[in-house]
Design a protein around this ligand. Structure first.
Ligand code: MN
Length: 210
């Protein structure tokens, strides 16, 4: 079985920007729901869990044809939520640090430009999905949207920051005010975690290019 990640903070840690009830339901019902469905599907097909969750995306062809879509959907749901929860905290490290900070300045000029580009992209998403900051194969940052539970790994990107834009991520507190939720996300981004993701992704790409 694939194991769940522990929520790295209390349910109310993200208040007032995301309320405790939303975090509780999001983690326990939505995230753990995807994980449960994924494990049940794989168990029913005698999968031996030899790949990490990220690796499995590139080995779906080893699974029976008729379950691949379902596995991919739920696997995406698991990976996207794990990154989303890890993207935030109440540690107030909500401006870029470390090597990621330098990369953001190199590509976007300054943090405000980056932030505005991210907000603009998030505003463009229609329906359910995510806005991601990803690293591409040339080791450059890109801000992309994906629909539903599509994972950026599918397109050869390594996601390092995720904003969940499904209504369940904000509707209890914000109702139709999605823009406000997007703006407030920047108050609770944990750039220490994102910098770690960035450095890990850089190493991964280096290894892949060898
Ligand atoms: Mn979600």
């Amino acid at each position: 079985m694939y194991k769940n990640v522990i929520l790295p903070y209390q349910y109310d840690a993200l208040e007032p920007f995301i309320d405790a009830k939303t975090v509780n339901i999001h983690y326990n019902k939505h995230y753990l729901g995807y994980l449960d469905k994924l494990n049940k599907l794989l168990d029913a097909n005698n999968y031996n869990y030899k790949y990490s969750k990220e690796e499995l995306i590139n080995h779906l062809d080893e699974l029976p044809l008729d379950i691949r879509d379902d596995v991919l959907y739920n696997l995406g749901g698991v990976l996207n939520h794990e990154l989303y929860f890890y993207s935030m905290s109440n540690r107030k490290i909500n401006v870029p640090i470390g090597t990621l900070r330098n990369k953001i300045i190199e590509q976007y000029g300054n943090y405000d430009n980056f932030k505005n580009k991210f907000i603009e992209k998030a505003n463009q998403l229609v329906g359910s999905g995510y806005t991601f900051l990803v690293l591409d194969k040339e080791k450059n940052l890109q801000i992309i949207n994906t629909s539903n539970q599509e994972t950026p790994y599918l397109y050869g990107f390594i996601p390092i920051l995720a904003l969940d834009l499904w209504e369940h991520a904000y509707y209890l507190q914000y109702q139709n005010r999605r823009y406000e939720y997007i703006i407030n996300f920047f108050e609770i981004i944990d750039f220490d975690n994102i910098n770690k993701n960035y450095e890990k992704a850089l190493n991964q790409i280096q290894k892949n290019n060898l």
